[in-house]
Design a protein around this ligand. Structure first.
Ligand code: HEC
Length: 121
């Protein structure tokens, strides 16, 4: 391989690595933005009193909820409704109180963001 060819090859490979790296950065940034949005909604709606994203508190942790509903096609509707009306019996005896202050749009956004969390292994 002559020198010019070597540099051309190296340039090609770095270009591929660059594209992969930029792609990874975008995905990471996107996930980070989603988690920030979810945390903001959790804080402003007092969900944090009972839930944490990845640790069990009074209610189930959100990553575990994501695992439980990963294969459920109606999960967004089910969770959005439950977030508003509360309930009990799915995760045990503890009761989640209704959240009437929450708009339907915010309940749905939260359900979608919870389901996008990386499920617990
Ligand atoms: C007073 C404590 C409390 C608060 C506040 C609370 N939750 Fe819950 N949440 C619970 C409990 C307890 C459960 C488990 C209910 C069950 O077993 O059916 C639960 C369950 C859930 C589930 C899973 C529902 C299911 O049927 O699998 C989601 C999603 C959820 N909460 C989201 C939220 C969001 C979003 C907020 C804020 C708007 C919130 N919760 C506020 C206690 C709470």
């Amino acid at each position: 391989m002559n020198k010019l060819h070597f540099y051309q090859q190296a340039f090609k490979e770095f270009r591929v690595a660059g594209v992969v790296l930029v792609g990874l950065l975008c995905v990471t940034h996107h996930v980070q933005a989603q988690n920030d949005q979810l945390k903001k909604l959790m804080l402003s709606n007092n969900c944090m009193a009972c839930h944490l994203i990845d640790k069990r508190k009074y209610g189930p942790e959100f990553t575990e909820i994501a695992s439980k509903y990963a294969a459920n096609k109606s999960a967004v509707e089910i969770l959005a409704a439950k977030i508003k009306s509360g309930g009990t019996g799915v995760w045990g005896e503890d009761v989640m109180p209704p959240q009437p202050q929450l708009s339907d749009a915010d309940a749905r956004t939260m359900a979608e963001l919870i389901l996008k969390l990386k499920p617990k292994d």
